[in-house]
Design a protein around this ligand. Structure first.
Ligand code: SF4
Length: 469
């Protein structure tokens, strides 16, 4: 797409979004339908015609749960946040960026991710039990210039979506806002403990419009504060009140374990976070990463099966809850299994090590020494590309958790080194903790997968592999 066409198309989307935001009822519906029409024209046959028809039907049905969700968001979220999110995450990242990325994958013959997760700092203002951030302290940082360089190089490859974790990324909130200003065509998202959110930061977020947040929670006050420290739950509730009042898009980031899985998926807990203004909730399966990890926190196979059904129930189009729930480990069918190693995402830690995934602490490239493209071509990422999908059953997607022999093999073959500077963990030690879990989950996962309709089993951007192989 030429720069002129790009600008004109972005402007057309902007106009339709303005129309959607400004008006209620009939005109809002017209604006949303115009966005669908533009998307269909722009994306061509990337999606089946019935996909667009189903969305149009949903928009025209005022009783539809997800239309109720959209209308509530349009009423409550600040217009600049809606517009910048739709333009940057929708138009630039999902539509235009995806097309560029597909081209770049062919040109460079390597994986190019759709999003990059970065740790601006290893520093954290809290000292949660079991968190690796506490071990590194304030030692490691990606400078403003590092972040800017990664994003500038990423945009050349079509990457327009960047996430932050840490450490506590909001320790660097001034730099994060500066980056939002400089790269105002990108979408940014930070995983945060929420305790550094204040009115000034909310005003900055409203002004730039291209930053959203996921706030960590472990459950209700007693359980949350046992791990995170006294008073943290109340601070998170206050942060959510400020974010809601200033019209931000935010949700929760929840690590589910054998101990908290029922609480964090209960009606009571979900009703509380919806009331607080959360639009989405990420669920992350506990991973036994690090020499001090506690394998007893791994969910049992019964708990993981419960999670599979419960998340689908929460987000079903009838019933459930008005919040978008995602389960990083059980939603493989929608993204074609493991997305790491640059296939759809990768992680850059505060030391600059470019890792396949936030949970896989091995690497052979550092972004302070090589370009983003060189890092994406490192042997470990190429081994990921050759090995994906690691399992034809997308409910067993991970080369560590569900197929631990595969990560051992890739790390040994590529010579990738542990990136844990405080307490390097051998890949044998890490994968050894997953073996029993993988064996126990296999039968349940295979049974569940056998009931997944073939058309929902996405098999995309794999090198030389088709379903049925
Ligand atoms: S490496 Fe494992 S945890 Fe990371 S994206 Fe792949 S399947 Fe998920």
């Amino acid at each position: 797409m030429s720069e002129l066409t790009h600008k004109a198309t972005r402007a057309a989307f902007g106009l339709a979004i303005d129309q959607t935001i400004k008006h209620v009822n009939k005109d809002r519906q017209k604006g949303l339908l115009e966005i669908v029409n533009l998307s269909e024209r722009f994306l061509g046959d990337d999606y089946a015609p019935e996909t667009y028809e189903n969305i149009r039907k949903m928009i025209q049905d005022p009783d539809n749960k997800w239309m109720h969700y959209v209308n509530r968001a349009l009423d409550e979220v600040h217009p600049n946040v809606i517009k910048m999110s739709a333009l940057n995450l929708g138009f630039e990242a999902a539509f235009r960026g995806t097309k560029v990325i597909r081209e770049m994958r062919k040109v460079h013959d390597c994986s190019i991710p759709w999003l990059i997760l970065m740790d601006p700092t290893s520093a954290c203002n809290l000292h949660c039990t079991g968190c690796w951030a506490a071990e590194y302290g304030h030692k490691l940082n990606l400078t403003y210039e590092d972040l800017d360089r990664i994003i500038t190089q990423g945009k050349e490859l079509g990457v327009y979506f960047y996430m932050y974790t840490g450490g506590e990324p909001l320790v660097r909130k001034k730099d994060i806002i500066r980056i939002c200003e400089k790269h105002n065509d990108c979408a940014f998202h930070a995983f945060t403990n929420g305790t550094l959110v204040d009115e000034e930061f909310c005003a900055d977020m409203q002004r730039v419009g291209n930053l959203s947040l996921s706030i960590s929670l472990e459950g209700f006050e007693e359980v949350n504060d046992l791990r995170r420290g006294d008073g943290v739950f109340d601070k998170v509730m206050d942060a959510m009140d400020l974010l809601k009042a200033s019209g931000q898009i935010f949700g929760t980031s929840i690590c589910y374990t054998s101990k908290n899985i029922e609480t964090v998926t209960s009606d009571e807990f979900l009703d509380m976070i919806i009331e607080k203004g959360c639009r989405f909730t990420w669920y992350f399966h506990y991973m036994p990463v690090g020499n001090n990890a506690v394998p007893a926190l791994l969910p049992t196979k019964e708990q993981r099966e419960y999670m599979y059904h419960r998340v689908r129930e929460i987000r079903s189009s009838t019933g459930g809850k008005e919040i978008f729930a995602m389960d990083f480990q059980n939603d493989g069918e929608f993204v074609g299994g493991c997305i790491a190693g640059g296939r759809n995402y990768c992680h850059i830690n505060a030391n600059g090590d470019v890792e396949p995934c936030v949970f896989i602490h091995y690497s052979g490239a550092n972004i302070k020494e090589v370009s983003l493209l060189e890092a994406l071509k490192q042997p470990l990422f190429m081994a990921y590309r050759d090995g994906q999908p690691f399992n034809k059953n997308h409910l067993r997607p991970c080369p560590m958790l569900e197929n631990p022999e595969l990560l051992m093999d890739m790390v040994a073959k590529t010579g990738a080194k542990s990136t844990d500077l405080e307490s390097p963990e051998s890949v044998g030690h890490l994968c050894g903790k997953c073996r029993e879990y993988a064996d126990q989950w296999q039968d349940t996962a295979d049974e569940l997968w056998s009931h997944t309709p073939v058309k929902k089993r996405r098999y995309e951007n794999y090198k030389g592999w088709k379903p049925g192989d």
